[in-house]
Design a protein around this ligand. Structure first.
Ligand code: CMC
Length: 430
């Protein structure tokens, strides 16, 4: 990070301060504001529109150009050529693995895929109709109660084993939350399957019959996991980093990330897309629905993005996958899918969306693909969480390994009451 350029900030009272300009390897330069507090001032940027919260080597996004790189590799190349565990290795370790490194990593992940038998009892404490994300927040957080042997976050080996445990166990916990919800027995992981096949087996298999994965559908889910694996400093990742900055253990931090992901403006969007399609109900209601969107009565879910103002590169990959899956399952004429594609076409041509740079995001298509795969709507955000776990843990690991890391502590612009004296109850009741 070079910082040989300087910006000077001068206030109307004549005070001034020099702010170094920092350049990364790609992307916009940033002003180093750390010295600003010496003037007794802070910056005000509530939704972090203009604030870089950290320096990171993991993921690069150019929202205007529609670029997403993991460790320098374009997402389209990874979605086409890589598989999810190789992508996990890349995100965690910074380089693509050799065949031997990948085989070892695969083996380690597989060896950690079962959960402690006692953990299964947690599920009984939840109502059967509990939202699976509520179960995920609780059960993933509870992992910290089971793996005391690896909670020294200053020890890189402990961090590595916690990362492996999270990558391996989150799919098992996710599938268990589904099985609990529908009242079917939990399926133990099967190590002869690949990571994604195994997840589908734990979701859809039963002890009564053989489960035979469909390679095209496995590949579609693999793509969903790869596309969702990391997305630099988004809301849930920033939550994981902030929780982790206090020294909290990685299982608790990832649980906090799952909680942040749940919201409809973030990971809940693909679920919201399907809810919206059900509410529209019929292709004949699409025009009226779009009128309401433009009158700002509600939003077109699965459209727009805080960072991508051109095209979400993940959406292009997911769109192709979406068409492949619908074709494979002969669902092209399904009324709900037809309606979704009609919405997409209208929005892509409508000036309201074009002027505001609102394009379909990855969740518009991933919601459709997940439904076609037979995954119920309330599991959509859980699937996102399974894919994003590697991003959270890689970002957490990077932060803890950084010698300059300190507890995160934003400041505020106070706009409440100025000092006033306490009034006893008799004085207030008059
Ligand atoms: N439908 C209709 N209008 C919209 C939409 C939408 N989906 N998104 C933004 N707008 C309008 C908004 O009303 C505003 O209009 P105006 O300029 O006239 O006031 C303008 O576009 C800018 O909106 P904004 O809220 O300032 O944009 P933002 O960058 O803060 O919000 C967003 C980004 C993703 C929260 C928003 O686009 C949205 O709510 N989209 C729907 C939810 C969704 O699909 N979220 C998934 C994001 S991708 C998953 C992930 O990476 O986590």
């Amino acid at each position: 990070m070079e910082n040989n350029r300087i910006a000077t900030l001068t206030l109307d009272d004549g005070r001034s301060i020099e702010l170094p300009v920092m350049s990364g390897t790609l992307g916009a330069d940033v002003l180093d504001l750390r010295n600003l507090q010496k003037l007794g001032m802070y910056t005000y940027d509530p939704a972090f529109f203009s604030t870089a919260s950290c320096a990171s080597q993991i993921t690069y996004i150019d929202g205007d150009a529609g670029l997403l790189y993991y460790r320098g590799y374009p997402i389209e190349q990874l979605a086409k050529g890589s598989d999810f565990l190789e992508t996990c290795y890349l995100l965690l370790h910074g380089e693509l693995p050799t065949s031997r490194q990948l085989a070892e990593f695969n083996l380690k992940v597989k060896r950690h895929s079962m959960v402690h038998d006692q953990l299964a009892r947690f599920y009984n404490g939840f109502r059967r109709d509990a939202h699976p994300m509520a179960v995920m927040v609780g059960v993933v957080g509870a992992l910290s109660a089971f793996y005391h042997d690896s909670l020294d976050i200053t020890n890189p080996e402990h961090r590595e084993i916690s990362a492996l445990r999270l990558i391996a166990k989150v799919p098992t916990i996710a599938a268990m939350s589904y099985k609990y919800n529908i009242g079917e027995p939990f399926m133990f992981p099967r190590n002869s399957f690949s990571y994604v096949e195994n997840f589908m087996y734990m979701m859809f298999g039963t002890p009564c019959e053989e489960y035979v994965p469909n390679p095209k559908l496995v590949r579609a889910l693999e793509r969903i996991f790869i596309l969702h694996a990391d997305h630099e400093q988004n809301a849930s990742t920033s939550t994981v980093r902030l929780a982790g900055s206090s020294g909290a253990n990685p299982f608790a931090c990832v649980a906090s990330g799952i909680a942040a992901l749940w919201g409809p403006a973030h990971g809940g969007a693909n679920e919201a897309v399907l809810k919206m399609l059900h509410e529209i109900g019929d292709i004949s209601h699409v025009d009226e629905f779009m009128k309401g969107v433009k009158e700002k009565k509600y939003r077109l879910m699965g459209f727009g993005h805080r960072v991508y103002k051109n095209m979400d590169p993940r959406a292009s990959v997911m769109r192709d996958t979406c068409y492949e899956v619908l074709q494979e399952l002969k669902l092209e004429n399904d009324p709900l899918f037809k309606m979704a594609l009609q919405l997409e076409q209208i929005a892509l041509q409508d000036p309201y969306f074009i002027e505001r740079k609102l394009y379909p995001n990855v969740d518009f298509y991933s919601g459709i693909v997940l439904r076609a795969l037979g995954i119920p709507t309330n599991m959509f955000t859980v699937i996102f969480a399974v894919g994003r776990t590697i991003g959270w843990i890689s970002q957490w690991n990077e932060m803890i390994a950084d010698k300059e890391q300190k507890i995160g502590r934003p400041r505020q612009l106070y706009i409440g009451a100025t000092k006033r004296d306490y009034v006893p109850m008799q004085g207030r009741d008059k």
